[in-house]
Design a protein around this ligand. Structure first.
Ligand code: HEC
Length: 105
C-alpha cells in the first residue's frame, strides 16, 4: 500500500517536471532554437529566472546583440520570442511548474 503510494508520488513528480534535464529549459516547440542561439554563452538559468513580455524578450535579444555580439537571428527570432513568451512570459508561472535546476538533481 505505502509502496504503491510512493510509486504514484514518484511518477507524479516526474511528469510535472517537463523540463529538459540537460538545459533546464521547458520542453516545447522552439526549444532547440533557444538552445542553439541562447545557450552558447550562458546557462539557461539567466533565461528561466525571467518572466518577460514579448516586448521585454525582444529588448533582451537586442541587448544581447548590442552588448554581447549575439548574431542576427533572422527567421529564428520570431520563433524564439514565441517560445520565450509562452514558457517564460508574465503568465507562465501559473501554468508551468519549474523543474529543479540542473545542478540540484
Ligand atoms: C554571444 C553571447 C550571448 C548569447 C549568444 C546570448 N547571450 Fe544572453 N547574455 C550574455 C551575457 C554576457 C550576459 C550577462 C551580462 C548581461 O546581463 O548583460 C547575458 C545575460 C542574459 C540575460 C540576463 C539579463 C538580466 O539582466 O537578467 C538574459 C535574460 C539573456 N542573456 C537572454 C538571452 C537570450 C534569450 C539569448 C538568445 C536569443 C541570449 N541571451 C544569447 C551573452 C549572450
Amino acid at each position: 500500500m505505502w509502496f504503491r503510494f510512493c510509486l504514484l508520488l514518484a511518477s507524479a513528480t516526474t511528469a510535472a517536471a517537463d523540463n529538459d534535464p540537460v538545459t533546464g529549459l521547458a520542453r516545447a516547440e522552439g526549444v532547440e532554437l533557444v538552445g542553439a542561439h541562447c545557450l552558447v554563452c550562458h546557462s539557461s538559468r539567466l533565461i528561466v529566472q525571467n518572466q518577460l513580455s514579448r516586448e521585454g524578450w525582444r529588448q533582451t535579444i537586442r541587448h544581447m546583440q548590442k552588448n554581447h555580439n549575439l548574431w542576427p537571428l533572422g527567421e529564428a527570432e520570431d520563433l524564439i520570442v514565441d517560445y520565450l513568451v509562452v514558457n517564460y512570459g508574465p503568465l507562465a508561472s501559473s501554468n508551468r511548474r519549474r523543474g529543479n535546476l540542473p545542478y540540484l538533481d
